[in-house]
Structures are given as structure tokens and as C-alpha cells.
Design a protein around this ligand. Sequence first.
Ligand SMILES: C[S@@+](CC[C@H](N)C(=O)[O-])C[C@H]1O[C@@H](n2cnc3c(N)ncnc32)[C@H](O)[C@@H]1O
Length: 201
Amino acid sequence: MEFARYYKGAFVRAYVWVRQRIIPLEEIGAHVPVRGLIVDIGSGCGVLANYLARRSRTRNVVGLELDPHRVRRAQESAARVPNLSFVAKDIVKDPAIMHADCLLLVDLLHHIPPPAQTILIDACATRLRRGGVLVVKEVDPADTVRIGITWLLDKLMTKGGRMWYLDRRRLEDDLRERGFRVEGIRVRRALFPHYLLVCRR
Ligand SMILES: C[S@@+](CC[C@H](N)C(=O)[O-])C[C@H]1O[C@@H](n2cnc3c(N)ncnc32)[C@H](O)[C@@H]1O
């Protein structure tokens, strides 16, 4: 499934084409329930949300995103998809999240400062419905060569913004302290040190 065609504008289409090849969509999707409310926090242009909503129409997928330009592009892509919507929201200023069957934090945590990371993880722990799953995708700073590539791309995409990459073991411990059973999965990609944490309670 190619998602770029659902977007308007050559630049956004090119970005979506690339992003679709970077995010481990299938590996993430394998852990997302096929029905219920799925909330993608920091949804960007909505590539993952599109993938999940188009794969299963019994999922109600909602993307929350800070950047209003990305929200508009994502909303355009969802125009004909009734189970997909996007809302502008700064999760740092307003960490309240709706009760959900699945919460997704895909390459978001390292873009927000540590105190806000902690508040967001707490919010996820309290807002996940019984039997639900929290899926975190991050990049491993211990992989010193490939984290450099990620850092360069992050700097370009955020126009020089700051990143706070998380120590994987510490993040796993933080999630366990909140009552999650955590399954760590390393995702094989040539250029990026991706890992997934699949967290259930
Ligand atoms: C690296 S991108 C990942 C986007 C998407 N999850 C994906 O995998 O394509 C990080 C996203 O988080 C968003 N973001 C950063 N800080 C945020 C905040 N405080 N509230 C909501 N979204 C935020 C950024 O605007 C950006 O779109």
C-alpha cells in the first residue's frame, strides 16, 4: 500500500514516501488491536495512522499532533477514511488523553524534554483501557554509529531542535514501574537503530 498518493503537494508526498520506508509499519501494526480506539500521539503527517486505519475499518484511529501544518496534511489524507481523524494538540502543555485500547508513541518521546516524557508515560499508564497495549518506538542511543544518522535527520526535520534520546533499559524500567509487562523488540533496518517496546497491563 503506497500512502503518498493520499497527500496533497509534492514535498509532503516525497516526505510520506520516505517516512513509509523508515517506520516499521508492519512490526508496529502486528501489536495493535484490530478494533477499538487507537490513539497515535505525535502522529506527524499520519503515515502510521493511515496504515492502521486502512488495514482495519473496525479500528477508530485518532492522531494527535503539535504542528498544525502536519495536522492539515494528515486530515487531507483522511478525507475518505471514516475511521481516521487528526486533532491538533500539544501533548506537553495538555497531557490529558482519552481512554484508549491502544496508545502509540512512535518517535515522539525523544522530541520532548524528560519531565514531559515522565508525565506523558504516566498519562498513558492511566488512560490505557484494561487489556490494552501501549506501543513505544524509539531509537537506541547505545548504537553510536546509527544514532548519528538519526540525529542528523532529526536536526534537519526539526530545523535544529533539541532531542533527548532515551536509554532503553531505563525506559523499560520506568514502564515496568508503572505496572506494564514490557516486551522489547529490536527492529532490523540498515540505517536506523529502531526498537519497539510493547507494553501490556
Ligand atoms: C519524528 S516525528 C514522528 C511522527 C510520526 N509518529 C511518524 O512516525 O511518522 C515526531 C512528531 O512529534 C510531534 N511532536 C513533537 N512535540 C509534540 C508535542 N508536544 N505534542 C504533540 N506532538 C508533538 C512533531 O511535530 C512530529 O510530527
